[in-house]
Design a protein around this ligand. Structure first.
Ligand code: ZN
Length: 257
């Protein structure tokens, strides 16, 4: 067990490695304290650059008998209320970088490649965000907490967060202009450029938006240098994307599907 796995184990997050009917392995986790909430990610770029995010989303949804919904992502801060955009047309998904749903019919997902998949769960519903440096600088996470409070009446301190694998401060080198968008304590000079701590920034924003420290759960796995090796845009540009997804069972008390 690596140090990263221990972080995860201490937070009592159970992950299961499987491949189902997909052309790539993926991990699925059971949300701690919410047996009916599932979240996960593919470990390799599924099927190479040709396999679209929508295709993987539809296959996964089929596997767990849910209606698929994914996005046309633009590295922005728009969060789509997925309950209002049914049915989804595979050829023209809604534009945005986050999905939220109060229901149990959907499998929602975002494509990631070093950017952070952020999963949120609350008594009002669940959400998944795609957060790269643009999304984080654009404060997509505080925006999601505001929406959850406004639409579902759940205060930020009652929301739980799981941060999936993403590029760590070890590997996230950016230009001085990008680094300047981040507070001093989450960036540092590194040889010719700068390194930025994306997970650290998300934690900062979480706490300053009223999120509870003990409800921020984090898989400390870097997509570039961590194990198992995931698809990384930095390591192998334009070879595809990973897909991070979330869905709910019929009941939060249900046993694993
Ligand atoms: Zn790394």
């Amino acid at each position: 067990m690596t140090a990263m796995d221990r972080v995860w184990a201490e937070q009592a997050v159970q992950m299961e490695l499987t491949s189902g009917l997909l052309p790539c392995p993926f991990e699925v986790g059971v949300w701690p304290g919410r047996a009916g909430v599932r979240f996960g990610w593919t470990l390799e770029a599924p099927g190479g650059p040709e396999a679209s995010t929508a295709e993987i989303c539809f296959r996964l949804a089929d596997l767990v008998d849910r209606i698929p919904i994914c996005l046309c992502q633009v590295h922005g801060d728009t969060i789509v209320d997925a309950d209002r955009v049914q049915p989804v047309d595979i050829s023209s998904p809604p534009v945005g970088d986050g999905l939220m749903s109060a229901g149990r019919r959907l499998l929602m997902g975002v494509s990631i490649a070093d950017c952070a998949p952020v999963f949120l769960a609350s008594r009002g519903g669940v959400a998944v965000l795609h957060a790269g440096w643009r999304g984080v600088a654009g404060r997509i996470l505080p925006g999601a907490l505001e929406l959850i409070e406004r639409l579902w009446g759940v205060s930020p301190s009652d929301v739980e967060l799981i941060l999936g694998p993403c590029i760590g401060p070890c590997c996230f080198e950016v230009s001085a202009a990008v680094a300047a968008l981040f507070p001093e304590h989450v960036r540092r000079r590194h040889r010719t450029g700068w390194h930025v701590d994306l997970p650290g920034t998300l934690l900062d924003q979480w706490l300053s938006s009223g999120g509870a420290a003990q409800r921020f759960m984090r898989l400390d796995r870097c997509t570039v240098c961590g194990t198992p090796l995931m698809y990384s845009h930095r390591r192998a540009p334009n070879r595809g994307r990973n897909f991070a997804f979330m869905y709910r069972l019929e009941s939060d008390q249900a046993s694993p599907a």
